[in-house]
Design a protein around this ligand. Structure first.
Ligand SMILES: *[C@@H]1O[C@H](CO)[C@@H](O)[C@H](O)[C@H]1NC(C)=O
Ligand SMILES: *[C@@H]1O[C@H](CO)[C@@H](O)[C@H](O)[C@H]1NC(C)=O
Ligand SMILES: *[C@@H]1O[C@H](CO)[C@@H](O)[C@H](O)[C@H]1NC(C)=O
Ligand SMILES: *[C@@H]1O[C@H](CO)[C@@H](O)[C@H](O)[C@H]1NC(C)=O
Length: 524
Protein backbone atom coordinates (compact mmCIF):
# COMPACT_ATOMS: atom_id res chain seq x y z
CA UNK A 1 0.00 0.00 0.00
CA UNK A 2 2.74 2.36 1.00
CA UNK A 3 4.41 1.57 -2.27
CA UNK A 4 1.30 2.60 -4.10
CA UNK A 5 1.05 5.89 -2.27
CA UNK A 6 4.68 6.49 -2.95
CA UNK A 7 4.22 5.69 -6.62
CA UNK A 8 1.16 7.89 -6.76
CA UNK A 9 2.87 10.94 -5.25
CA UNK A 10 5.80 10.31 -7.52
CA UNK A 11 3.47 10.33 -10.51
CA UNK A 12 1.76 13.53 -9.38
CA UNK A 13 5.15 15.04 -8.82
CA UNK A 14 6.24 14.10 -12.33
CA UNK A 15 3.01 15.38 -13.77
CA UNK A 16 3.23 18.78 -12.16
CA UNK A 17 6.89 19.16 -13.04
CA UNK A 18 6.54 18.02 -16.59
CA UNK A 19 3.39 19.63 -17.87
CA UNK A 20 3.45 23.20 -18.99
CA UNK A 21 0.99 25.87 -20.02
CA UNK A 22 1.84 26.66 -23.61
CA UNK A 23 0.43 29.43 -25.77
CA UNK A 24 0.58 29.06 -29.57
CA UNK A 25 0.10 32.13 -31.77
CA UNK A 26 -0.19 31.62 -35.54
CA UNK A 27 -1.43 34.74 -37.24
CA UNK A 28 -0.62 33.65 -40.81
CA UNK A 29 -3.26 32.35 -43.19
CA UNK A 30 -1.24 29.80 -45.20
CA UNK A 31 -2.57 26.27 -44.82
CA UNK A 32 0.71 24.65 -45.71
CA UNK A 33 2.30 26.59 -42.86
CA UNK A 34 -0.16 25.24 -40.35
CA UNK A 35 0.38 21.70 -41.61
CA UNK A 36 3.88 21.94 -40.15
CA UNK A 37 2.89 23.31 -36.73
CA UNK A 38 -0.16 21.18 -36.08
CA UNK A 39 1.66 17.87 -35.55
CA UNK A 40 3.95 19.45 -32.95
CA UNK A 41 1.05 21.10 -31.12
CA UNK A 42 -0.85 17.82 -31.01
CA UNK A 43 2.20 15.94 -29.83
CA UNK A 44 2.72 18.43 -27.01
CA UNK A 45 -0.93 18.06 -25.97
CA UNK A 46 -0.56 14.29 -26.08
CA UNK A 47 2.36 14.63 -23.66
CA UNK A 48 0.04 16.30 -21.19
CA UNK A 49 0.87 19.96 -21.72
CA UNK A 50 -2.00 22.45 -21.60
CA UNK A 51 -2.21 24.17 -24.98
CA UNK A 52 -3.98 27.35 -25.95
CA UNK A 53 -3.69 27.81 -29.70
CA UNK A 54 -4.79 30.89 -31.63
CA UNK A 55 -4.82 30.34 -35.39
CA UNK A 56 -6.82 30.32 -38.62
CA UNK A 57 -7.05 26.53 -38.48
CA UNK A 58 -8.83 25.24 -35.35
CA UNK A 59 -8.18 21.56 -34.61
CA UNK A 60 -10.73 19.02 -35.85
CA UNK A 61 -10.88 16.74 -32.79
CA UNK A 62 -8.94 18.54 -30.10
CA UNK A 63 -8.03 16.65 -26.93
CA UNK A 64 -9.41 18.16 -23.66
CA UNK A 65 -6.13 19.96 -22.88
CA UNK A 66 -6.07 21.70 -26.28
CA UNK A 67 -7.93 25.02 -26.38
CA UNK A 68 -8.51 26.73 -29.70
CA UNK A 69 -8.93 30.43 -30.35
CA UNK A 70 -10.11 30.85 -33.90
CA UNK A 71 -9.03 33.73 -36.13
CA UNK A 72 -11.32 32.44 -38.88
CA UNK A 73 -13.12 35.09 -40.89
CA UNK A 74 -10.56 37.77 -40.09
CA UNK A 75 -8.76 37.43 -43.37
CA UNK A 76 -9.28 35.46 -46.54
CA UNK A 77 -7.57 32.08 -46.44
CA UNK A 78 -5.09 31.39 -49.19
CA UNK A 79 -6.34 28.15 -50.73
CA UNK A 80 -6.18 27.34 -54.44
CA UNK A 81 -6.30 31.05 -55.03
CA UNK A 82 -3.27 31.64 -57.17
CA UNK A 83 -4.16 32.29 -60.79
CA UNK A 84 -1.39 31.40 -63.21
CA UNK A 85 -2.61 33.99 -65.70
CA UNK A 86 -0.56 36.61 -63.85
CA UNK A 87 2.42 35.26 -65.79
CA UNK A 88 0.77 36.08 -69.12
CA UNK A 89 0.95 39.85 -68.88
CA UNK A 90 4.12 41.03 -70.60
CA UNK A 91 6.59 42.25 -68.03
CA UNK A 92 9.39 44.62 -68.99
CA UNK A 93 11.32 43.20 -66.09
CA UNK A 94 11.80 39.98 -68.04
CA UNK A 95 13.91 41.89 -70.53
CA UNK A 96 16.57 42.47 -67.90
CA UNK A 97 16.57 39.04 -66.28
CA UNK A 98 18.83 39.53 -63.27
CA UNK A 99 17.41 42.88 -62.25
CA UNK A 100 13.85 41.75 -62.91
CA UNK A 101 14.41 38.71 -60.76
CA UNK A 102 15.80 40.83 -57.93
CA UNK A 103 12.88 43.26 -58.09
CA UNK A 104 10.41 40.37 -58.04
CA UNK A 105 12.03 38.93 -54.93
CA UNK A 106 11.43 42.15 -53.06
CA UNK A 107 8.08 43.17 -54.53
CA UNK A 108 6.43 39.78 -54.03
CA UNK A 109 6.38 40.39 -50.29
CA UNK A 110 4.04 43.35 -50.58
CA UNK A 111 0.82 41.33 -50.25
CA UNK A 112 2.25 39.79 -47.08
CA UNK A 113 2.75 43.24 -45.60
CA UNK A 114 -0.87 44.14 -46.39
CA UNK A 115 -2.09 40.90 -44.82
CA UNK A 116 0.19 41.07 -41.78
CA UNK A 117 -0.75 44.67 -40.96
CA UNK A 118 -4.46 44.09 -41.48
CA UNK A 119 -4.37 41.00 -39.25
CA UNK A 120 -2.34 42.86 -36.64
CA UNK A 121 -4.85 45.71 -36.66
CA UNK A 122 -7.69 43.26 -35.98
CA UNK A 123 -5.87 41.14 -33.44
CA UNK A 124 -4.97 44.09 -31.27
CA UNK A 125 -8.69 44.45 -30.56
CA UNK A 126 -9.68 40.79 -30.57
CA UNK A 127 -10.98 40.01 -27.11
CA UNK A 128 -10.55 36.20 -27.12
CA UNK A 129 -6.87 36.81 -27.82
CA UNK A 130 -6.58 39.56 -25.22
CA UNK A 131 -8.09 37.20 -22.65
CA UNK A 132 -5.68 34.45 -23.60
CA UNK A 133 -2.73 36.84 -23.33
CA UNK A 134 -3.71 37.54 -19.73
CA UNK A 135 -3.02 33.88 -18.86
CA UNK A 136 0.07 32.55 -17.19
CA UNK A 137 2.34 30.59 -19.52
CA UNK A 138 5.54 28.60 -19.37
CA UNK A 139 6.30 29.08 -23.06
CA UNK A 140 4.88 30.76 -26.13
CA UNK A 141 5.18 29.24 -29.60
CA UNK A 142 5.01 31.76 -32.44
CA UNK A 143 5.12 31.46 -36.16
CA UNK A 144 8.19 33.25 -37.46
CA UNK A 145 7.13 34.56 -40.86
CA UNK A 146 6.21 38.05 -41.98
CA UNK A 147 4.80 39.54 -38.81
CA UNK A 148 6.14 40.55 -35.42
CA UNK A 149 2.80 41.78 -34.14
CA UNK A 150 2.57 38.97 -31.62
CA UNK A 151 5.93 39.85 -30.09
CA UNK A 152 4.60 43.36 -29.50
CA UNK A 153 1.37 42.08 -27.98
CA UNK A 154 3.22 39.70 -25.68
CA UNK A 155 5.18 42.66 -24.41
CA UNK A 156 2.07 44.84 -24.08
CA UNK A 157 0.36 42.16 -21.96
CA UNK A 158 3.47 41.52 -19.91
CA UNK A 159 3.83 37.88 -20.96
CA UNK A 160 7.32 37.02 -19.80
CA UNK A 161 7.40 33.37 -20.83
CA UNK A 162 10.23 32.33 -23.16
CA UNK A 163 9.33 32.54 -26.84
CA UNK A 164 9.85 29.72 -29.33
CA UNK A 165 9.60 30.63 -32.99
CA UNK A 166 8.67 28.06 -35.58
CA UNK A 167 9.11 28.45 -39.31
CA UNK A 168 7.41 26.45 -42.02
CA UNK A 169 10.48 26.58 -44.24
CA UNK A 170 14.08 27.74 -44.21
CA UNK A 171 14.78 31.01 -42.30
CA UNK A 172 13.49 34.31 -43.65
CA UNK A 173 16.12 36.98 -44.43
CA UNK A 174 15.41 38.74 -41.14
CA UNK A 175 15.39 35.61 -39.01
CA UNK A 176 18.92 34.33 -38.63
CA UNK A 177 20.57 37.42 -37.21
CA UNK A 178 18.24 37.56 -34.22
CA UNK A 179 19.59 34.39 -32.71
CA UNK A 180 23.07 35.20 -33.86
CA UNK A 181 23.14 32.65 -36.67
CA UNK A 182 25.31 33.40 -39.66
CA UNK A 183 23.56 34.18 -42.95
CA UNK A 184 26.67 35.30 -44.82
CA UNK A 185 25.43 35.92 -48.37
CA UNK A 186 28.67 34.65 -49.85
CA UNK A 187 27.44 31.09 -49.37
CA UNK A 188 24.01 31.14 -47.68
CA UNK A 189 21.42 31.62 -50.44
CA UNK A 190 18.50 33.82 -49.52
CA UNK A 191 15.11 32.10 -49.35
CA UNK A 192 13.72 33.98 -52.36
CA UNK A 193 16.57 33.48 -54.84
CA UNK A 194 17.03 30.59 -57.27
CA UNK A 195 20.61 30.22 -56.08
CA UNK A 196 22.51 27.29 -54.66
CA UNK A 197 25.30 27.61 -52.11
CA UNK A 198 27.92 27.88 -54.86
CA UNK A 199 27.57 31.33 -56.32
CA UNK A 200 29.29 33.33 -59.03
CA UNK A 201 30.30 36.92 -58.39
CA UNK A 202 27.04 38.23 -59.88
CA UNK A 203 25.04 35.69 -57.85
CA UNK A 204 26.72 36.89 -54.68
CA UNK A 205 25.99 40.47 -55.62
CA UNK A 206 22.32 39.59 -56.13
CA UNK A 207 22.20 37.52 -52.95
CA UNK A 208 23.74 40.32 -50.90
CA UNK A 209 21.62 43.15 -52.30
CA UNK A 210 18.33 41.26 -51.94
CA UNK A 211 19.33 40.26 -48.42
CA UNK A 212 20.03 43.84 -47.37
CA UNK A 213 16.98 45.31 -49.10
CA UNK A 214 14.58 42.72 -47.68
CA UNK A 215 15.83 43.25 -44.14
CA UNK A 216 15.37 46.99 -44.50
CA UNK A 217 11.96 46.44 -46.09
CA UNK A 218 10.86 44.19 -43.23
CA UNK A 219 11.91 46.80 -40.71
CA UNK A 220 10.26 49.74 -42.49
CA UNK A 221 7.14 48.13 -43.87
CA UNK A 222 6.28 45.66 -41.15
CA UNK A 223 8.07 46.05 -37.84
CA UNK A 224 7.75 49.84 -37.71
CA UNK A 225 4.11 49.87 -38.81
CA UNK A 226 3.08 47.03 -36.49
CA UNK A 227 4.70 48.85 -33.63
CA UNK A 228 2.63 51.93 -34.47
CA UNK A 229 -0.57 49.85 -34.52
CA UNK A 230 0.20 48.39 -31.10
CA UNK A 231 1.33 51.69 -29.61
CA UNK A 232 -1.96 53.33 -30.63
CA UNK A 233 -3.69 51.09 -28.10
CA UNK A 234 -1.05 50.28 -25.50
CA UNK A 235 1.35 53.22 -25.50
CA UNK A 236 5.08 52.96 -26.01
CA UNK A 237 6.66 49.56 -26.58
CA UNK A 238 10.29 48.76 -27.47
CA UNK A 239 11.43 48.45 -31.06
CA UNK A 240 10.26 45.10 -32.46
CA UNK A 241 13.86 44.38 -33.46
CA UNK A 242 14.72 44.46 -29.75
CA UNK A 243 11.73 42.28 -28.88
CA UNK A 244 12.89 39.87 -31.58
CA UNK A 245 15.88 39.22 -29.35
CA UNK A 246 13.50 37.71 -26.82
CA UNK A 247 13.25 34.62 -28.97
CA UNK A 248 14.86 31.68 -27.18
CA UNK A 249 14.56 29.02 -29.85
CA UNK A 250 13.88 28.83 -33.55
CA UNK A 251 12.53 25.59 -35.00
CA UNK A 252 12.83 25.50 -38.78
CA UNK A 253 11.18 23.12 -41.16
CA UNK A 254 14.40 22.47 -43.02
CA UNK A 255 16.98 19.73 -43.08
CA UNK A 256 20.39 19.98 -44.65
CA UNK A 257 20.11 16.83 -46.78
CA UNK A 258 17.55 18.65 -48.90
CA UNK A 259 17.85 22.33 -48.04
CA UNK A 260 21.63 22.55 -47.93
CA UNK A 261 24.13 23.05 -45.14
CA UNK A 262 23.78 26.35 -43.31
CA UNK A 263 25.62 27.50 -40.21
CA UNK A 264 23.58 26.69 -37.10
CA UNK A 265 23.64 27.82 -33.51
CA UNK A 266 22.04 25.72 -30.76
CA UNK A 267 18.95 27.96 -30.90
CA UNK A 268 18.39 27.13 -34.57
CA UNK A 269 17.05 23.60 -34.66
CA UNK A 270 16.27 21.95 -37.98
CA UNK A 271 13.18 19.78 -37.63
CA UNK A 272 12.45 19.27 -41.32
CA UNK A 273 10.03 16.42 -41.89
CA UNK A 274 8.02 17.14 -38.74
CA UNK A 275 4.77 16.82 -40.64
CA UNK A 276 5.50 13.62 -42.50
CA UNK A 277 3.85 10.99 -40.39
CA UNK A 278 1.01 13.03 -39.00
CA UNK A 279 -2.50 11.75 -39.77
CA UNK A 280 -2.01 9.12 -42.44
CA UNK A 281 -4.46 9.36 -45.29
CA UNK A 282 -6.10 6.64 -47.36
CA UNK A 283 -5.55 6.36 -51.06
CA UNK A 284 -9.05 6.38 -52.63
CA UNK A 285 -10.04 3.08 -54.33
CA UNK A 286 -10.18 4.52 -57.86
CA UNK A 287 -6.67 5.92 -57.53
CA UNK A 288 -5.38 2.65 -56.13
CA UNK A 289 -6.88 0.84 -59.12
CA UNK A 290 -5.21 3.27 -61.47
CA UNK A 291 -1.89 2.61 -59.76
CA UNK A 292 -2.35 -1.16 -59.72
CA UNK A 293 -3.09 -1.27 -63.43
CA UNK A 294 0.02 0.62 -64.45
CA UNK A 295 2.92 -1.46 -65.74
CA UNK A 296 5.61 1.18 -66.07
CA UNK A 297 5.01 3.29 -63.03
CA UNK A 298 3.18 6.53 -62.34
CA UNK A 299 4.26 10.18 -62.25
CA UNK A 300 2.58 12.45 -59.75
CA UNK A 301 1.84 16.02 -60.86
CA UNK A 302 0.76 18.63 -58.30
CA UNK A 303 1.32 22.34 -57.91
CA UNK A 304 0.19 22.27 -54.29
CA UNK A 305 -2.72 23.70 -52.34
CA UNK A 306 -2.25 27.32 -53.35
CA UNK A 307 -1.74 27.32 -57.14
CA UNK A 308 -4.70 26.51 -59.37
CA UNK A 309 -3.57 24.31 -62.29
CA UNK A 310 -6.99 24.95 -63.78
CA UNK A 311 -5.86 28.51 -64.42
CA UNK A 312 -3.09 27.33 -66.78
CA UNK A 313 -3.66 29.09 -70.10
CA UNK A 314 -4.65 26.61 -72.86
CA UNK A 315 -1.34 26.79 -74.74
CA UNK A 316 0.64 26.10 -71.57
CA UNK A 317 -1.68 23.33 -70.48
CA UNK A 318 -1.04 21.70 -73.86
CA UNK A 319 2.69 21.67 -73.18
CA UNK A 320 2.07 19.58 -70.08
CA UNK A 321 -0.59 17.37 -71.66
CA UNK A 322 1.45 16.68 -74.80
CA UNK A 323 4.68 15.90 -73.00
CA UNK A 324 2.97 13.72 -70.40
CA UNK A 325 0.76 11.78 -72.80
CA UNK A 326 3.79 10.67 -74.82
CA UNK A 327 5.03 8.67 -71.82
CA UNK A 328 4.63 4.94 -71.26
CA UNK A 329 4.05 5.80 -67.63
CA UNK A 330 0.73 6.90 -66.21
CA UNK A 331 0.16 10.31 -64.66
CA UNK A 332 -1.94 11.47 -61.70
CA UNK A 333 -2.54 15.22 -61.88
CA UNK A 334 -4.02 17.34 -59.13
CA UNK A 335 -6.50 19.51 -60.99
CA UNK A 336 -9.39 21.41 -59.44
CA UNK A 337 -12.89 20.48 -60.55
CA UNK A 338 -12.13 17.01 -61.89
CA UNK A 339 -15.26 15.31 -60.56
CA UNK A 340 -15.49 12.86 -57.70
CA UNK A 341 -13.77 9.90 -59.36
CA UNK A 342 -11.41 12.07 -61.38
CA UNK A 343 -11.35 12.43 -65.15
CA UNK A 344 -9.30 10.08 -67.26
CA UNK A 345 -7.88 10.97 -70.67
CA UNK A 346 -5.39 8.51 -72.14
CA UNK A 347 -2.71 7.85 -69.52
CA UNK A 348 -3.60 10.93 -67.43
CA UNK A 349 -5.96 10.83 -64.48
CA UNK A 350 -6.97 14.23 -63.15
CA UNK A 351 -8.18 14.32 -59.55
CA UNK A 352 -9.43 17.06 -57.24
CA UNK A 353 -7.45 15.93 -54.30
CA UNK A 354 -4.69 13.45 -53.67
CA UNK A 355 -3.04 12.02 -50.55
CA UNK A 356 0.34 13.27 -51.70
CA UNK A 357 2.77 11.67 -49.28
CA UNK A 358 0.99 8.32 -49.32
CA UNK A 359 1.15 8.35 -53.11
CA UNK A 360 4.80 9.40 -53.19
CA UNK A 361 5.58 6.46 -50.91
CA UNK A 362 3.67 4.05 -53.15
CA UNK A 363 6.00 1.69 -55.03
CA UNK A 364 4.27 2.40 -58.36
CA UNK A 365 4.93 6.13 -58.14
CA UNK A 366 8.37 6.83 -59.59
CA UNK A 367 8.65 10.61 -59.92
CA UNK A 368 7.09 13.92 -58.95
CA UNK A 369 6.32 16.99 -61.05
CA UNK A 370 5.87 19.84 -58.60
CA UNK A 371 6.15 23.59 -57.92
CA UNK A 372 8.81 23.55 -55.21
CA UNK A 373 6.63 23.94 -52.12
CA UNK A 374 8.71 22.87 -49.13
CA UNK A 375 6.30 20.23 -47.86
CA UNK A 376 5.94 18.40 -51.15
CA UNK A 377 9.68 18.50 -51.74
CA UNK A 378 10.31 17.00 -48.31
CA UNK A 379 7.75 14.30 -48.98
CA UNK A 380 9.41 13.40 -52.27
CA UNK A 381 12.87 13.45 -50.67
CA UNK A 382 11.74 11.23 -47.80
CA UNK A 383 10.00 8.85 -50.21
CA UNK A 384 13.08 8.78 -52.46
CA UNK A 385 11.37 10.03 -55.61
CA UNK A 386 13.17 12.36 -58.05
CA UNK A 387 11.38 15.51 -59.09
CA UNK A 388 10.94 18.10 -61.79
CA UNK A 389 10.43 21.45 -60.10
CA UNK A 390 8.69 24.35 -61.82
CA UNK A 391 9.04 27.12 -59.23
CA UNK A 392 6.79 30.20 -59.20
CA UNK A 393 7.42 32.49 -56.24
CA UNK A 394 8.34 32.79 -52.58
CA UNK A 395 10.73 30.11 -51.38
CA UNK A 396 10.05 27.85 -54.38
CA UNK A 397 13.01 28.99 -56.54
CA UNK A 398 15.44 28.44 -53.68
CA UNK A 399 13.90 25.10 -52.72
CA UNK A 400 14.20 24.04 -56.34
CA UNK A 401 17.84 25.09 -56.51
CA UNK A 402 18.52 23.10 -53.35
CA UNK A 403 16.96 19.95 -54.81
CA UNK A 404 19.04 20.34 -57.94
CA UNK A 405 22.16 20.76 -55.81
CA UNK A 406 21.25 17.58 -53.92
CA UNK A 407 21.04 15.82 -57.30
CA UNK A 408 17.41 14.78 -56.93
CA UNK A 409 15.65 17.48 -58.95
CA UNK A 410 15.61 19.23 -62.29
CA UNK A 411 14.52 22.85 -62.32
CA UNK A 412 12.45 24.11 -65.25
CA UNK A 413 11.40 27.68 -65.87
CA UNK A 414 7.66 28.11 -66.23
CA UNK A 415 8.06 31.14 -68.49
CA UNK A 416 10.36 29.36 -70.94
CA UNK A 417 8.80 25.90 -70.77
CA UNK A 418 8.42 24.01 -74.04
CA UNK A 419 7.22 20.51 -74.80
CA UNK A 420 10.73 19.38 -75.74
CA UNK A 421 12.31 20.74 -72.59
CA UNK A 422 9.66 19.07 -70.45
CA UNK A 423 9.97 15.76 -72.36
CA UNK A 424 13.73 15.73 -71.88
CA UNK A 425 13.42 16.45 -68.19
CA UNK A 426 10.83 13.69 -67.81
CA UNK A 427 13.15 11.26 -69.53
CA UNK A 428 15.94 12.21 -67.12
CA UNK A 429 13.97 11.93 -63.88
CA UNK A 430 12.60 8.52 -64.68
CA UNK A 431 16.06 7.25 -65.58
CA UNK A 432 17.56 4.57 -63.35
CA UNK A 433 20.43 6.86 -62.42
CA UNK A 434 18.23 9.64 -61.09
CA UNK A 435 15.93 7.22 -59.28
CA UNK A 436 18.91 5.54 -57.63
CA UNK A 437 20.25 8.94 -56.50
CA UNK A 438 16.84 9.89 -55.03
CA UNK A 439 16.66 6.63 -53.16
CA UNK A 440 20.21 7.14 -51.87
CA UNK A 441 19.43 10.66 -50.64
CA UNK A 442 16.26 9.39 -49.01
CA UNK A 443 18.30 6.94 -46.93
CA UNK A 444 20.59 9.74 -45.77
CA UNK A 445 17.55 11.92 -45.01
CA UNK A 446 16.14 9.25 -42.69
CA UNK A 447 19.44 8.43 -40.98
CA UNK A 448 19.31 10.90 -38.08
CA UNK A 449 20.21 10.84 -34.43
CA UNK A 450 16.57 11.67 -33.51
CA UNK A 451 13.25 11.83 -35.30
CA UNK A 452 12.32 15.44 -36.12
CA UNK A 453 9.24 15.33 -33.91
CA UNK A 454 11.21 14.07 -30.90
CA UNK A 455 13.78 16.75 -31.53
CA UNK A 456 11.16 19.50 -31.68
CA UNK A 457 9.51 18.23 -28.50
CA UNK A 458 12.84 17.91 -26.70
CA UNK A 459 13.93 21.47 -27.47
CA UNK A 460 10.50 22.91 -26.73
CA UNK A 461 10.50 21.23 -23.32
CA UNK A 462 14.11 22.26 -22.75
CA UNK A 463 13.04 25.89 -23.15
CA UNK A 464 10.04 25.28 -20.85
CA UNK A 465 12.39 23.82 -18.21
CA UNK A 466 15.18 26.37 -18.38
CA UNK A 467 13.78 29.44 -20.10
CA UNK A 468 16.29 32.22 -20.42
CA UNK A 469 18.80 30.55 -18.13
CA UNK A 470 19.80 28.24 -20.98
CA UNK A 471 21.34 30.45 -23.61
CA UNK A 472 21.15 28.95 -27.05
CA UNK A 473 21.84 31.96 -29.24
CA UNK A 474 25.24 33.35 -30.09
CA UNK A 475 26.25 36.82 -28.99
CA UNK A 476 26.45 37.79 -32.65
CA UNK A 477 22.90 39.03 -32.27
CA UNK A 478 24.01 41.83 -29.97
CA UNK A 479 26.68 43.12 -32.33
CA UNK A 480 26.19 45.97 -34.75
CA UNK A 481 26.81 45.39 -38.45
CA UNK A 482 30.22 47.09 -38.18
CA UNK A 483 31.28 44.88 -35.31
CA UNK A 484 29.90 41.69 -36.79
CA UNK A 485 31.55 42.14 -40.16
CA UNK A 486 34.75 43.32 -38.43
CA UNK A 487 34.70 46.57 -40.39
CA UNK A 488 36.06 48.35 -37.30
CA UNK A 489 38.90 45.87 -37.00
CA UNK A 490 39.57 46.05 -40.73
CA UNK A 491 39.67 49.84 -40.47
CA UNK A 492 42.28 49.69 -37.72
CA UNK A 493 44.35 47.22 -39.68
CA UNK A 494 44.12 49.22 -42.90
CA UNK A 495 44.87 52.53 -41.18
CA UNK A 496 47.83 51.17 -39.21
CA UNK A 497 49.22 49.39 -42.22
CA UNK A 498 48.87 52.55 -44.29
CA UNK A 499 50.59 54.65 -41.62
CA UNK A 500 53.39 52.11 -41.39
CA UNK A 501 53.85 52.04 -45.15
CA UNK A 502 53.83 55.83 -45.39
CA UNK A 503 56.32 56.06 -42.51
CA UNK A 504 58.55 53.43 -44.10
CA UNK A 505 58.51 55.20 -47.43
CA UNK A 506 59.23 58.47 -45.69
CA UNK A 507 62.26 56.99 -43.89
CA UNK A 508 63.55 55.33 -47.01
CA UNK A 509 63.30 58.59 -48.92
CA UNK A 510 64.99 60.43 -46.06
CA UNK A 511 67.81 57.89 -45.85
CA UNK A 512 68.27 58.02 -49.59
CA UNK A 513 68.50 61.82 -49.40
CA UNK A 514 71.10 61.64 -46.64
CA UNK A 515 72.99 59.02 -48.56
CA UNK A 516 72.93 61.21 -51.69
CA UNK A 517 74.09 64.21 -49.72
CA UNK A 518 76.93 62.26 -48.16
CA UNK A 519 78.13 60.85 -51.50
CA UNK A 520 77.83 64.34 -53.03
CA UNK A 521 79.93 65.84 -50.23
CA UNK A 522 82.48 63.09 -50.64
CA UNK A 523 82.73 63.76 -54.36
CA UNK A 524 83.30 67.44 -53.69
C1 LIG B 1 -5.30 25.41 -19.64
O1 LIG B 1 -5.60 26.46 -20.55
C2 LIG B 1 -6.92 26.94 -20.45
C3 LIG B 1 -7.21 27.89 -21.60
O2 LIG B 1 -6.19 28.76 -21.85
C4 LIG B 1 -7.11 27.58 -19.09
O3 LIG B 1 -8.42 28.08 -18.98
C5 LIG B 1 -6.84 26.54 -18.03
O4 LIG B 1 -6.89 27.14 -16.75
C6 LIG B 1 -5.49 25.89 -18.21
N1 LIG B 1 -5.36 24.76 -17.32
C7 LIG B 1 -4.35 24.63 -16.46
C8 LIG B 1 -4.34 23.39 -15.67
O5 LIG B 1 -3.48 25.47 -16.34
C1 LIG C 1 11.53 35.74 -36.13
O1 LIG C 1 12.43 35.59 -35.07
C2 LIG C 1 13.45 36.53 -34.99
C3 LIG C 1 14.23 36.20 -33.82
O2 LIG C 1 14.81 34.98 -33.95
C4 LIG C 1 12.86 37.91 -34.95
O3 LIG C 1 13.86 38.87 -34.95
C5 LIG C 1 11.98 38.09 -36.13
O4 LIG C 1 11.47 39.37 -36.09
C6 LIG C 1 10.90 37.06 -36.05
N1 LIG C 1 9.95 37.21 -37.08
C7 LIG C 1 8.70 36.84 -36.92
C8 LIG C 1 7.81 37.11 -38.05
O5 LIG C 1 8.28 36.33 -35.90
C1 LIG D 1 11.77 41.32 -24.14
O1 LIG D 1 12.55 42.42 -24.56
C2 LIG D 1 12.24 43.60 -23.90
C3 LIG D 1 13.04 44.69 -24.55
O2 LIG D 1 14.35 44.32 -24.81
C4 LIG D 1 12.51 43.45 -22.41
O3 LIG D 1 12.18 44.64 -21.74
C5 LIG D 1 11.65 42.32 -21.90
O4 LIG D 1 11.91 42.09 -20.56
C6 LIG D 1 11.91 41.08 -22.67
N1 LIG D 1 11.00 40.05 -22.27
C7 LIG D 1 11.43 38.93 -21.82
C8 LIG D 1 10.40 37.92 -21.51
O5 LIG D 1 12.60 38.70 -21.70
C1 LIG E 1 -3.84 -3.09 -55.51
O1 LIG E 1 -2.80 -4.02 -55.32
C2 LIG E 1 -2.53 -4.34 -53.98
C3 LIG E 1 -1.29 -5.21 -53.88
O2 LIG E 1 -1.04 -5.89 -55.06
C4 LIG E 1 -3.77 -5.01 -53.37
O3 LIG E 1 -3.53 -5.29 -52.02
C5 LIG E 1 -4.93 -4.03 -53.48
O4 LIG E 1 -6.12 -4.64 -53.00
C6 LIG E 1 -5.14 -3.60 -54.92
N1 LIG E 1 -6.16 -2.55 -54.91
C7 LIG E 1 -7.16 -2.52 -55.75
C8 LIG E 1 -8.11 -1.38 -55.59
O5 LIG E 1 -7.31 -3.32 -56.62
Amino acid sequence: MLHFIYLFTLLIHFYSVNTANILGLFPHTGKSHHMVFEPLLHKLAERGHNLTVASFYPAKNPPPNYHDISFQGMFELRLESFDLNVFETPNIMNKIPRLGRMMTQVLQFRPFAVASLSICEKLVNFSPLSNALKGDYDAVILENFTSDCMLGLLYAYGVTAPVISILSGTPMPWTAERIGANDNPSYVPIITAPLSSRMSLMDRLENTLVNVVLKKWFYDEIQTKEREIIEKKFGKIPDLVELGKNVSLLLTNSYHTLTGVKPLVPALVEVGGLHLDFQKQHIPKFIENFLNESNDGVILFSFGSHIKTKSLPKYREEIFVNALSKLKQRVIWKYEGSGEEGTLAGNILRVNWLPQYELLQHEKVIAFLCHGGMLGMMEATAAGKPMIVVPFFGDQPSNAAAAAEAGIGIVLSYQDLTEDVLSDALKTIISDKMRAQASHVSKIWHDRETEPMDKAVFWTEHVVRWGKSSNLHSTARDLTFTQLSLLDVATIIIVTTTIMIVAAVYFIVKILQIFKKVTKEKLL
